[in-house]
Design a protein around this ligand. Structure first.
Ligand SMILES: Cc1cc2nc3c(=O)[nH]c(=O)nc-3n(C[C@H](O)[C@H](O)[C@H](O)COP(=O)(O)OP(=O)(O)OC[C@H]3O[C@@H](n4cnc5c(N)ncnc54)[C@H](O)[C@@H]3O)c2cc1C
Length: 384
């Protein structure tokens, strides 16, 4: 058994081809999409038609590539170097919907129902709805309910801050199905189901090219077949998938950090002050060198965490928490360092670093806040 993740040729060529493609097609419009809070659906679908990176962890019979989570993480990292918002929509579809739906059935050792298999094959824009207006970190405080009725369930409640909420075709939705705090079940809900109303959230500071929405359920009927796995057993897939999500968000952090670092490095070598490139000043050297060291540590820790997730078959939650905690704060630090090295140019939209810095802030909130991660990590370490 190796002690770290070793990329094979498929991983390496996947990462290189996605990076090259994103540089050509995603980078040019990224600033405008940020300014207009615009998701480019046609461009997004080219991830499938040009690159074939949808359903990446699913088997061939579900029109997938049969690769591991490391492949998804590599794609997310490469896309995030150029447009982290659009990359977050991809993360939501790939990890929070497709991977979660498929692997929930897998871990229950049950065959995936034909209707769910067909939904996965469609590769629709999709998302996962867990958070509510009054239940974010305190996710078990959710009040959205699914009551049994003839032929299925009726959903009532509100989900908020849902990535791809306004534009997705299908969602995984967590709802309370019993009186116990842990009686939560998972459902597949089509976006056009009567009784489901979808609206846009408030304008965001960053990740603006990724649509975020509110899902309001009012006596929204879903058939029995919408239930994923067993009744009241939604908590396990939720916790298991959070580890994959957190590694995906850490990959976003690494992508952002890389572009910020590369931008500050080339700027520091070219910008002249007092007759010398600013890279010759010790204080600038500190920002550049510490950003480089931090980026290298983030990258190594990310793929160490991915290796552990694969080895532990989806567990490794305190590792994923630690990876996200370290990488998200690292991305903010490197983004801020880049702005400082670029001076007024860094503070303006002339360079991508101010946009990436705003995008980076989301990474210490979404998928579990850094405070929640600090609490989880300490609790797990103390109890182990
Ligand atoms: C752009 C974006 C996209 C998102 N996408 C999705 C999605 O696709 N699906 C989804 O379900 N959710 C999504 N979310 C929601 C996200 O997961 C939540 O915002 C996050 O879990 C935090 O919840 P909250 O915002 O309600 O903050 P709160 O839970 O209200 O926390 C507020 C503050 O209190 C702190 N706090 C709370 N409890 C504790 C505690 N016990 N100890 C110490 N500090 C504490 C928090 O760390 C935070 O600083 C998204 C959010 C954003 C902004």
């Amino acid at each position: 058994m190796s002690s770290h993740l070793e990329f094979d040729e498929i991983h390496v060529s996947l990462s290189e081809s996605v990076r090259g493609w994103a540089k050509t097609y995603w980078a040019p419009g990224a600033a405008l999409r940020d300014e207009n809070a615009q998701f480019d659906e046609a461009l997004y679908h080219r991830l499938d038609t040009d690159l074939g990176v949808m359903n990446i962890t699913l088997p061939e019979e579900l029109d997938g590539s049969g690769l591991d989570v490391a492949a998804t993480v590599l794609v997310i990292e490469a896309l995030s170097e150029f447009d982290p918002g659009m990359a977050m929509s991809y993360l939501s579809q790939e990890l929070l919907f497709s991977h979660q739906l498929y692997w929930t059935w897998q871990t229950m050792k049950r065959e995936i129902p034909a209707a769910h298999a067909q939904i996965l094959k469609n590769k629709w824009i999709s998302g996962m709805a867990m958070t509510e207006p009054n239940a974010g970190t305190d996710v078990l405080g959710m009040t959205t309910r699914a009551e049994r009725c003839e032929g299925g369930f009726k959903l009532n409640g509100v989900k908020q801050w849902i990535t791809n909420g306004p534009n997705g075709r299908v969602f995984l939705v967590y709802a309370r199905t019993g009186e116990g705090r842990r009686d939560i079940s998972l459902f597949v809900v089509m976006g056009d189901t009567p009784g489901l109303v979808r609206t846009e959230c408030e304008q965001k500071m960053g990740m603006r090219s990724s649509p975020t929405g509110i899902l309001t359920f009012q006596d929204c009927f879903v058939p029995e077949s919408a239930l994923v796995g067993n009744l009241h057993e939604g908590l396990r897939p939720m916790i298991r998938n959070l580890a994959a999500e957190r590694l995906g968000l850490a990959a976003q952090s690494c992508g952002i950090a890389k572009t910020c670092f590369e931008t500050m490095k080339s700027y520091a070598g070219q910008r002249m002050a007092f007759g010398r490139p600013i890279a010759e000043f010790g204080q600038i050297q500190r920002l550049v060198a510490e950003s480089y060291a931090l980026y290298r540590a983030m990258h190594a820790m990310l793929y160490d965490g991915v290796w552990e997730l694969i080895e532990e078959n989806g567990k490794a939650s305190e590792t994923a928490d630690a990876v996200k905690l370290f990488c998200s704060t690292g991305a903010e630090t490197i983004g801020r360092n880049a702005i400082q090295v670029l001076g007024a140019n860094g503070y303006s939209k002339a360079y991508p670093v101010e946009r990436l810095y705003r995008d980076a802030v989301l990474l210490s909130i979404g998928g579990g806040t850094n405070e929640a991660l600090q609490k989880n990590i300490t609790r797990q370490l103390i109890n182990s």
